[in-house]
Design a binder for this molecule. Sequence first.
Ligand SMILES: *Cc1c(COP(=O)(O)O)cnc(C)c1O
Length: 442
Amino acid sequence: MKINHENNIKFYSTNKESPSVDLREAVQNGLAPDGGLYMPERLPKLEDGFFEHLEGKPFTDVAFEVSKHLFSELDIPECTLHSMIRAACNFDVPLVEVDKDVYALELFHGPTLAFKDFGARFMAQLFGYYGKEANEKITILVATSGDTGSAVANGFFGIEGINVVILYPSGKVSPLQEKQLTSMGGNITALEVQGTFDDCHKMITKAFVDENLKQSMKLASANSINIARLLPQIFYYVYLCSQLRKAGKPIVVSVPSGNFGNLTAGIIAKQMGAPIDKLIASTNENDTVPQYLRSGVFNPKPSIDTLSNAMDVGNPSNFARMLELYGHDLEKMKQDISGVSFSDAKVKEVIAQVFKQHKYILDPHGAVAYLGLRNYLKDHHDSVGVFLETAHPAKFFEAVEQVIGASVPMPERLKKYTNQKKQATLLRNDFSELKNFLLTKN
Ligand SMILES: *Cc1c(COP(=O)(O)O)cnc(C)c1O
């Protein structure tokens, strides 16, 4: 396989007011200085024969082959890349046939039982590598309303040279989520803020521009728009194609979407040459993108609370990336993506029905994707469909058990949190408390 080592992919800002940077800077900056999101300047093409070669290969092999196209020797040496992928993707990614030509790609077998483990763990590896190379100690600040914080904490746990400080709103995350955030210890510190998620976010924003802090430590952000979280999500789209290509049918992938990072990775995979016929943007009642696909008007709204709460986003930030990938051409976007949204009532109904008919337990997020897929397959009988299952149903057992009338088996790694001890420092909603903590305790 021929790989061009000289010509590494640069990343430009979607606002086009900041210079293009290489991978390292894009990862360490998170957001571009002009407030835009980083995007690759070009997409590598998966060559002819790529898929034949990978048929039946394990997930990490596929991930490695894809990443060799995305990252050059200049970005990360190949042997380092290999060990990073093995460390980040150290869990199964089963493709489960739920019904004839309907598959669940289960992305929830990582340590926090949600697909965010892919992005967070790979990002942590990149931060660790670049920090070690420069011999820098880095403090990562994250604000979380729940799942992102635990995925990030798990990803960074034990990575040398990095401390992670998580801020979460007191009393506003579920008891299990709180245990996941606060019981890790080691290089992970949890701060319980007497305020809302927005307050946590504001405190962090202030920290990044504070002169005293800047002088005494290197702070970095691990927020959801970091390109390092997006890129590893391309791996599983290519993987599912490598597994299903032999069916010889058009492949359709339904993506349960909130902030649209997952779907954006799917578009990139398709544009790199993965044989995906159609992507379905499946949402709950936060339907800003499906509405855009219908009307051509992007009308962000405040978010609505739903059962699939990790998708309660009214103004998806990755939309800017989607526009870039289609040159701001709605018609082109519509050729690749179809959008559809569903109510909680429909979600509950389908969770019950799929359990009854197929003995498969959907979580509320995967259920939205399943609905989107079924809706599409009604008029496309010749396709093979995959819906992305992004969370383990046990994470939402209260809602799911009520609907299916049976208990959801609790995986060991989730159970173990319930016995662990919460370790968190209580902070008032006051920036000076955070600053003081960082300067003295960290
Ligand atoms: C974050 C999340 C989503 C939404 O993914 P986006 O990339 O933000 O569209 C879907 N399901 C689960 C379980 C999530 O945690």
